[in-house]
Write a protein that binds this ligand. Structure first.
Ligand SMILES: Nc1ncnc2c1ncn2[C@@H]1O[C@H](COP(=O)(O)OP(=O)(O)OP(=O)(O)O)[C@@H](O)[C@H]1O
Ligand SMILES: [Mg+2]
Length: 236
């Protein structure tokens, strides 16, 4: 089943149009990876889907148009975003960051249960629950950003370069968590990643972006079997 359908999506900043008509889909239970050079429009695509910048075209989630919806209501519908860079409230503790992620939900004991759940997934964060997020290491902050997004209980996680600036081992851990959530809880994921090699291992399908359009799409195997694509975009 198609969970997210994007067609002819255009968006930009002021007079500058960055996305020239993006078509992409995420089916229920898929991890879809978006690759592309710096400035290709990956972050802009994520922002246009989450509603944090003006956009036009078709964006449907679970069969309903969301192109006119506010960012808040899009989160409520089940789409959570982990922004590029560290999407935490630096002055709040780790625990309060997680609690803030549940703001779209009704308060209740299940929020506390979810916090415990994410602390079990990220034991590093449990040990630092009273620490201000701004004083955590980069990798720990990235974990907070992901756990916070998951506190809204999304069906689709939009994840923009979660590995940025992280040590290989931490990146591996993070990706293992994402793959596990996908496997065990059916979480669908749209993942932006620079490290093609790493991301393609877990991808159901891949989209290659260049200058605001999709220039190639297929399974990881299909794309890496194409010499031109492999050399030009995948760097191996
Ligand atoms: N806030 C902004 N105002 C004006 N232009 C912007 C803004 N954000 C991005 N751009 C421009 O839009 C284009 C696409 O940027 P985007 O951030 O989507 O690229 P990206 O594919 O995510 O790149 P990277 O891999 O470096 O994160 C770039 O040319 C960039 O300069
Ligand atoms: Mg980006």
């Amino acid at each position: 089943m198609t969970l997210l359908r994007v067609q002819g999506l255009t968006a930009g900043y002021g007079p500058v149009r960055v996305l020239q008509g993006i078509d992409l889909e995420v089916n229920e239970g898929e991890i879809v990876v978006m690759l592309g050079a710096n400035g290709a429009g990956k972050t802009t695509t994520i922002r246009a889907i989450s509603g944090t910048i003006p956009r036009a075209g078709v964006v449907e989630f679970d069969g309903h148009g969301i192109v006119k919806a506010t960012p808040d209501s899009i989160v409520r519908k089940g789409v959570a975003q982990v922004p590029q860079g560290r999407g935490t409230f630096p002055e709040l503790t780790v625990e309060d960051n997680l609690r803030a992620g549940a703001y779209v939900r009704r308060r209740g004991s299940d929020v506390a249960a979810d916090i415990d759940k994410w602390f079990a997934v990220f034991p590093r964060l449990a040990e630092r629950r009273e620490q201000k997020a701004g004083s955590l290491s980069g990798g720990e902050q990235q974990m907070v950003a992901i756990a916070r997004a998951l506190m809204s209980r999304p069906r689709l996680l939009l994840c923009d370069e979660p590995s940025l600036g992280l040590a290989p081992l931490i990146t591996k851990e993070l990706f293992e968590v994402i793959a596990r959530l996908n496997r065990e809880e059916g979480l669908s994921v749209l993942l932006v990643e620079q490290n093609a090699n790493l991301a393609m291992h877990m991808a159901s399908r891949v989209y290659l972006l260049e200058a605001g359009i999709v220039v190639a799409t297929g399974s990881a195997e299909e794309l890496s079997a194409d010499d031109t694509i492999r050399k030009a975009y995948l760097g191996f």
